[in-house]
Structure formats: structure tokens, C-alpha cells
Design a binder for this molecule. Structure first.
Ligand SMILES: Nc1ncnc2c1ncn2[C@@H]1O[C@H](COP(=O)(O)OP(=O)(O)OP(=O)(O)O)[C@@H](O)[C@H]1O
Length: 583
């Protein structure tokens, strides 16, 4: 928990110092009250006392109470401000850190857990800071000060107070030992609930189409039930604390008055009055001592969960991204748009088997290199190594003759236009989606050209608002083919050295696919293209086709060469094209 406090700024430490001053003032004012009460009791019982003296003591008492209220409001305001700023900073830090993660780290934590850590976990820490800043500082000051006020009055009363505090600590200790492991589990179960809810919402259409609502509900109920059960256990244990504290407070009052009654009975005439007034003052201070411990208990309720949350936040913040950033921001001027794989092998983190093995090929500037092969043979994996979504396990991936891990990641990715297998659009407009990213072009002419090349102008111009038309989050108001065309436009609009299409043409009909490729050829002359495809028709004209089988290269060459030499390619070609098309 303490390590997370290093993210507090010096200005916030100053504010904490100021709030300590207010809290000390509040405690002092609170502890003045019993003194005035004792004065009033004494004055009331002393014959011949002036009414004005009683009123004066009452007014001072009221002023102390108002002062205590004002200082506590200010201290609470400062704590809320510090906690809100601190948690906002933590959220930004987590967001930035996750942005720097490779797919490996994201998969290790899981998306659902990263969401819980950025929201629920931060809220737990924020709550502890808001309450902790007031209570954690106030309680010890109050306890020590109140104990000092009552020491030396009567050892019998002190003993009763000591026993009460001892029992209180014992009960709190037992509760904490019981609930601490549950709190650890609670955050993991919240992750799990998030994961199930996310899966349900993203797969809603499929769930409905297959009438699988009850199956999903069962899954959700299991996660929900487990979370509820753990929550209930923790809350049931904690709920026993409050009645125990009330019992201890009432028991202590009773003990003080009982002891007082015996002491007063045994005292002589004049001492009786002093003892009575002492008893009232002592019982007030003793209550303050118990109150101080009660406040500490509140912290002990929040602390274990916040401690677990802080640990989970720190885990993310302290994770070193496995992709180390290189330092190169540009490549040699004479080698542009070149991609080379030298004996590259790759296995996914934690996997036993290599997904691709010993891959070597070169794509020179302006060339089109295509990858084809059966499902799951490793085509997407290969192209994902170029923008460093993962690093090669063995061998070298070079861009413009330089290993990709020597580039600054942003510089490397600015060289590329990448279109993923599943089209991804962001909430905004057509223009904001096409002119997306670091070196996305803001020029409306570039956006219009890219949309035209990607065969999207027809439908974009018909949309309400045209290029400024609204695009829903995830492109939900567009069809699959329309989304894919806009993602292709986004890659083209960057005017990159290298265009990577990861099976991006499959969502398009044959006619659009053909028109798009012929426009692309005209518009992106000089741009190196790497195309993963399922259809031979899409890649037939490529300068080089790499045929993959079970993660290895089964053949490389042009369509005609492969038709002569590669049986795997022939098989794919005969299954897709007629004899006339192949002729
Ligand atoms: N994130 C991942 N973690 C572990 N294994 C993965 C991951 N992504 C893919 N794989 C595995 O790697 C293999 C190759 O996957 P890849 O997506 O590269 O195939 P592909 O040839 O592009 O397939 P498709 O044509 O169906 O898109 C598959 O067997 C798959 O199970």
C-alpha cells in the first residue's frame, strides 16, 4: 500500500501537512468539551454560582463544537481533493502503461482484469485515502491525547478503559484474520464477473441467435453467486464488529459509573463532589479513546481490500514491457519500404510449439508479397511480427535493412499502414477514423482520395453528413464490408512505405476486391504491400507468393511458378479457380 503513495506529488504532501494541522485543531477542540462540561457540572452543584458563569462555559462549549465542525469539514475537503487527484493520476498512469504493453502482457493480465484494476481497484485506494487521511491521522492523536487527559485520575477507571480497549483490539484482530484472504479473492472474483459480462455483451447477437441466454445466465450466475457469497462472508464478519463496539462502549460507561459510585460512596463529604465531576469528565474522555479505536477499525475494514487493490495496481505499473523500445527514428535513405525475414521462428508466450518456423523472404520496395495457406498455418502471425505486436522468438525481422527492435516503436509503426483481419473503427466521424493516428493525414483531400481508393466513397457520400457522418463505437452503424473498406482507407491515407493487409479483402465481394486492388496498384506505386489472403484471385498478380503449410514455407514464387512447382499451391488453386481462370 505504501509503495503506491510514491505517486503523490509534493504539493499533495504539503496539503496532507495542512490537513494534519486542521485535524490536530479539531482534536484539541473536541477534547476541550469535557472540561467545560465538568465546569458546568461543578457550577450547577456549587451553591451561589452565577448564572452568567454557567452561560459563559456553555458558550465556550458551543464555540468549541462549531470550531470542531469547521475544521473537520476543511480536513475532509482537503482529503477528498487529494484522493480525487491521486486516483485520476493513477488512472492515467495505468492507461499509459497498458498502452505500452505488448499483446503478451495484455494477455497475461487479461483485458477484464486490466479494466477492474483501472476502475474498481483505484476506487478502493481512493476510498482508503479519503477516510484514511482523516481517521488515520486523527485516531492516534485523539487516543494519545485523551489517554493523557485521564491518566492519574483513578487506576480503577484506567484499568476498566484498558480492558475495554484490549477486548476491542482482540475482536478487530480476529475479524481481520478472517476477512483478509476473502478480500484478496473479492478482487479476483470481480475480474471474473467483468470477464463474463464482457463476453456476454460482445457476443450478444450470437447468444440470441442460438437461444443461449440461459447457458450464459448460468455462467453469469456462477460468477455472481461466488462474488456475492464471498462478499456476504466478509460483510457478515465485519458487521459483528459494530455491535461489539457498542457493547464495549456501553459496558465501559457502566463500569466507570459503577466504579465511580463505589468511590463516591467511600469518599468523605467534600471529596464526593470532586469525584462526581471527575467521573463525568473521565467517562467522556474514555468514550473518546474508544471512539479513536473505532475509527482505526474503520481503516482496518478498508485497509485490507485497498491493500490488495494497491498491490494489483502496482503489479501493472511495475511490469516492464517485454518490447524494449529501440532508438532509431529513421532508416537509411537508400533503403525504403523493404521487409526481410531471416530464418524467423515464433512461438506464442507460454506456448510449447512453434507457430511459424524458419521463415525467410524479402519484399523489396514497391513489391507485392502475398501469403496463402490453410487456416491456422501462421499467416497473420508472420505479418504481426513486422509492426512488433510480438517479437520473433528466433531469427530476424528487418525493415529497410534494420532489425525492427532497433527502431523506436512509433517510428517503425509510422512506416506502415496496417489493416487487421477484423475491421476496427472508433467512435467519431468518417474523417476522424480515416485520418487516424500519429501521421494520419488531416488534409481532407487525402481522406477523400483514400476513401475513393478503398472503394468506400459510394457509401460514405450517401451517409448523412458524408465525410463528417457519425461512426458509432466499433463501427456498429456500418456493415462488415463498409467497416473493412474504411479500415483500408485509414491505412492508405497515411501514405506509408509498407502496407500490411491481414486477410482484409475477404469481407469484400469479388468485384469490389478487384476494383480496390487495381486502384491500390495505381495510387500506391512504390509502396510495398504484404497481403494475407484466402482467395487465390486476390493475390494472383502478386510479385511473390509465399505458400505456408503448418507454419513452414511450402513454396515461394509467382503464381505461374508455383502452379508448376508447388503442390500445396496447386491444391488451393484447383479448389478455388476453374481451369479457364487458371489458364
Ligand atoms: N494469441 C495467441 N496465443 C496463442 N496461440 C495463438 C494466438 N494467436 C494465434 N495462435 C495460434 O497460432 C496459430 C496460427 O495462427 P494465425 O492467426 O497466424 O493463423 P492464420 O494462418 O492467419 O489463420 P487464418 O487464416 O484462420 O486467419 C494457430 O494455430 C493459433 O491457434
Amino acid at each position: 500500500m505504501l509503495t503506491i503513495l510514491k505517486y503523490l506529488k509534493s504539493k499533495e504532501w504539503t496539503l496532507i501537512g495542512i490537513s494534519v494541522l486542521f485535524i490536530v485543531a479539531q482534536v484539541w477542540l473536541d477534547l476541550e468539551l469535557p472540561g467545560y462540561m465538568s465546569d458546568i457540572t461543578r457550577l450547577v452543584q456549587t451553591p451561589g454560582s452565577e448564572m452568567s458563569e454557567i452561560i459563559a462555559a456553555g458558550v465556550w462549549m458551543l464555540l468549541c463544537a462549531l470550531g470542531s465542525l469547521a475544521t473537520s469539514i476543511i480536513a475532509a475537503g482537503i482529503a477528498a481533493k487529494i484522493a480525487a487527484n491521486f486516483s485520476s493520476r493513477l488512472r492515467s498512469k495505468l492507461f499509459d502503461k497498458v498502452q505500452s504493453f505488448s499483446m503478451e502482457e495484455i494477455n497475461n493480465f487479461s483485458t477484464a482484469s486490466l479494466i477492474t484494476r483501472s476502475t474498481n481497484d483505484i476506487t478502493q485506494v481512493q476510498m482508503l485515502i479519503v477516510i484514511g487521511l482523516q481517521v488515520l491521522i486523527k485516531a492516534p492523536i485523539l487516543a494519545v491525547w485523551a489517554v493523557l487527559k485521564i491518566t492519574g485520575k483513578s487506576w480503577e477507571w484506567s484499568l476498566a478503559t484498558g480492558v475495554a480497549v484490549g477486548v476491542l483490539i482482540l475482536i478487530v484482530g480476529i475479524c481481520i484474520v478472517l476477512v483478509l484472504p476473502k478480500f484478496q479473492k473479492l478482487q479476483q472474483l470481480t475480474d471474473n464477473l467483468n470477464r463474463v459480462a464482457r463476453e456476454n455483451l460482445t457476443g450478444l447477437r450470437v447468444i440470441r441467435a442460438y437461444n443461449a441466454e440461459s447457458y450464459q445466465e448460468d455462467k453469469f450466475s456462477v460468477a455472481n453467486h461466488e462474488l456475492t457469497r464471498t462478499n456476504l462472508f466478509a460483510n457478515n464478519v465485519l458487521s459483528m464488529m459494530m455491535p461489539s463496539i457498542s457493547l464495549i462502549m456501553s459496558g465501559l460507561s457502566l463500569a466507570i459509573y459503577w466504579i465511580g459510585a463505589v468511590l463516591i460512596q467511600n469518599a468523605n463529604g467534600t471529596a464526593k463532589m470532586g469525584l462526581f465531576s471527575d467521573m463525568i469528565v473521565f467517562s467522556s474522555y474514555a468514550m473518546q479513546v474508544v471512539m479513536a479505536f473505532m475509527m482505526l477499525i474503520m481503516i482496518f475494514i478498508l485497509m485490507p481490500r485497498a491493500h490488495v487493490s494497491a498491490k494489483r495496481i502496482n503489479e501493472v505499473l511495475n511490469t516492464k514491457p517485454s518490447l524494449m523500445n529501440g532508438s532509431l527514428t529513421s532508416s537509411p535513405a537508400n533503403r525504403v519500404g523493404e521487409v526481410e525475414f531471416r530464418n524467423v521462428s515464433f512461438k506464442y508466450p507460454d506456448a510449447e510449439e512453434y507457430v511459424v518456423k524458419d521463415i525467410s523472404f524479402t519484399a523489396k520496395q514497391g513489391e507485392t508479397v502475398a501469403f496463402i495457406g490453410s487456416t491456422g498455418c501462421g499467416k497473420s502471425t508472420i505479418v504481426n511480427l513486422i509492426p512488433r505486436f510480438y517479437d520473433a522468438t528466433a531469427g530476424e525481422v528487418l525493415v529497410d535493412g534494420i532489425n525492427v527492435n532497433q527502431y523506436e516503436q512509433s517510428a517503425l509503426r509510422n512506416k506502415m499502414g496496417y489493416v487487421s483481419q477484423k475491421a476496427v473503427l472508433f467512435g467519431g466521424t468518417v474523417t476522424s477514423n480515416v485520418a487516424f493516428g500519429d501521421n494520419g493525414s488531416d488534409l481532407s483531400s487525402d481522406v477523400v482520395d483514400a476513401v475513393y481508393t478503398s472503394q468506400a466513397s459510394d457509401f460514405v457520400e450517401k451517409m448523412d453528413g458524408s465525410y463528417e457522418a457519425h461512426v458509432a463505437q466499433g463501427g456498429l452503424n456500418l456493415s462488415g464490408g463498409q467497416k473493412q473498406r474504411l479500415s483500408i482507407a485509414r491505412a492508405i491515407a497515411r501514405r506509408p512505405e509498407i502496407l500490411i493487409f491481414d486477410d482484409s479483402f475477404s469481407a469484400l465481394d469479388y468485384k469490389t476486391d478487384r476494383k480496390l486492388r487495381s486502384e491500390l496498384k495505381k495510387e500506391s506505386r512504390g509502396t510495398t504491400m504484404l497481403i494475407v489472403a484466402q482467395r487465390i484471385g486476390t493475390i494472383k498478380d502478386a510479385d511473390k507468393i509465399v505458400v505456408l503449410e503448418a507454419g513452414r514455407i511450402a513454396g515461394t514464387g509467382t503464381h505461374d511458378e508455383l502452379m508448376q512447382s508447388c503442390s500445396v499451391y496447386q491444391e488451393i488453386a484447383y479448389s478455388q479457380l476453374s481451369k479457364e481462370e487458371l489458364a
